[in-house]
Design a protein around this ligand. Structure first.
Ligand code: 5AD
Ligand code: SF4
Length: 464
């Protein structure tokens, strides 16, 4: 029956939505590229799409709920025309179970098997449901796929590692994305060169933990086997080598990276960032908590003291560097003293900005299985509000330092709030808006900062 419905269609259109992190956005570009190469047509119009793909995220329960609600709102589309629903990406076990029992979902695919999407869609068009998400692949890095990128964009994401070996006790990523794999550096350089040729001016290198990027002459994660051989042959390429190579090979491309892990960030990386003007002076360095007791329970592998030492080191080598964070409130056994330790760490660092969450137990993780989620929800939320308010004060404190200064801004587009303003960012990843007079998207300009909010610098063109 399904087969008939789809065989009468001349063109099969697919539509895709991304949830969660930048990595998922980057994966969506890989999926689009694979489907286009296999004869499917991309659309941004839900109404004409025959294949509706949601690229999911399981990092917090809230994201899962958002995806489930979205599906409920979209299900009417199945009644209007031949439509398949597919869920991609990071699926928790509970989501996997729910989706494979659902009439609405036709297929699911995990993050290492996007190359199978065309064949899985074809099976679904014949009425065969496929739930291909339980496996992870030790080698797949998609290094031979040229991701689809929207035209007229100036900035782009590029994944350099996939998965994570860190096993923070609260985190679902090592289960949904598997062990860490580093991508071939030569394919990364080639992709960056291509991006530059196509008019992109900035690339953000992505990985759950970019500092542990390590390549031994082969894609994949067989680190322990290759490590010895390649260290001896000096063929090993680590994250600082990769940054160095990219900065030299593509000298006019702005290079960013995310996320850094305090445990893995080496002095060599900090030196490399300081050495190259085209490597942006911003480090996203999640701390999660300021309490050693909690860091240990989280298996974060650094202490408050080591983290603060690293911040000092960054600021002594790159004084102009901006630093952002992720912090989580209400993790298992967090008491008021621990929370105050987080507050005091924030006061010491005075981050430029940050992302803050309250702990959401994820089935399958160590903390879900072995630790008690014993901080009441209202306390988690109260602590969250406290750190959000504090961060706002720190952001304003940091933003005010820019007032009166000249900033180099890469213009990315029109401001969303006011189309009479340009929108761009400086090397510190701080958003800058300024009234349009001259210039165009993609230009790098010097702007005088005259005002700020906690999240945006407001500038004006310099008199010529
Ligand atoms: N609950 C709340 N926040 C989480 N994060 C990761 N797992 C969880 C969880 N179970 C946050 C961390 C991480 C960011 C990407 O998401 O702060 O750095
Ligand atoms: Fe999750 Fe920790 Fe890996 Fe980040 S470093 S993805 S928090 S396990």
């Amino acid at each position: 029956m399904n087969e008939k419905k789809f065989s009468i269609l001349k063109k099969i259109f697919f539509y895709i939505e991304s949830y969660g992190c930048q990595m998922n956005i980057s994966d969506t570009e890989i999926v689009i590229s694979i489907l286009l190469k296999n004869g499917f047509f991309f659309t941004e119009n839900l109404k004409i799409a025959n294949i509706i793909l949601l690229n999911s995220c399981s990092i917090r329960n809230k994201v899962e709920i958002t995806i489930k609600n979205r599906l409920q709102r979209l299900k009417y589309l199945k009644k209007e025309k031949p439509t398949l629903f597919g869920i991609l990406g990071c699926l928790s076990n509970s989501m996997k179970k729910k989706f494979s029992n659902s009439d609405l979902i036709d297929f699911t695919i995990g993050p290492d098997f996007y190359k199978k999407i065309p064949s899985i869609i074809r099976l679904s068009m014949e009425g065969k449901k496929t739930f291909h998400n339980t496996f992870l692949d030790k080698k797949e890095t998609y290094s031979n796929i040229d991701p689809f990128r929207k035209k007229n964009k100036i900035t782009s994401f590029l994944s350099i590692t996939r998965g994570c070996d860190n096993m923070c006790t609260f985190c679902i990523v090592p289960f949904t994305r598997g062990r860490e794999k580093s991508r071939d550096p030569y394919s990364i350089i080639k992709e960056c060169e291509n991006l530059y040729q196509k008019g992109f001016k900035e690339v953000t290198l992505l990985g759950q933990n970019v500092d542990s990027y390590l390549w031994f002459g082969s894609d994949g994660f067989k680190k322990t086997i290759y490590k010895k051989i390649y260290t001896e042959n000096k063929k090993i390429i680590d994250f600082s080598n990769l940054l160095d190579l990219l900065a030299v090979e593509i000298p006019f491309m702005r290079i960013r990276f995310s996320t850094s892990n305090p445990h893995d960030m080496s002095p060599k990386v900090i030196e490399t960032i300081s050495k190259h003007s085209n490597i942006c002076k911003h480090i996203h360095l999640p701390v999660q908590s300021g309490s050693n007791k909690i860091l240990k329970l989280m298996n974060r592998k650094y202490t408050r003291e080591k983290y603060l030492f690293l911040i000092k080191k960054i600021r002594s080598i790159i004084p102009e560097c901006s630093i952002s964070h992720d912090i989580m409130t209400g993790f298992c056994n967090e008491d008021e003293k621990d929370h105050q330790q987080t507050i005091s760490l924030m006061n010491e660092v005075k981050y430029n900005y940050g992302y803050m969450f309250s702990y959401s137990p994820r089935p399958g993780t160590y903390s879900y299985k072995k630790l008690k989620d014993n901080v009441p929800e209202f306390i988690k939320k109260k602590r969250l509000k406290e750190i959000i308010d504090l961060q706002k004060n720190h952001s304003i404190f940091q933003m005010k330092k820019y007032i009166g200064k000249i900033q180099e801004v890469l213009i990315e587009g029109e401001s969303k709030k006011n189309n009479q303003y340009w929108y761009g960012r400086n090397t510190q990843n701080i958003v800058i808006v300024f009234p349009k007079k001259t210039y165009k998207i993609g230009e790098t300009v010097f702007i005088k900062i005259i005002d700020c909010t906690s999240a945006t610098l407001i500038g004006k063109e310099q008199e010529k």
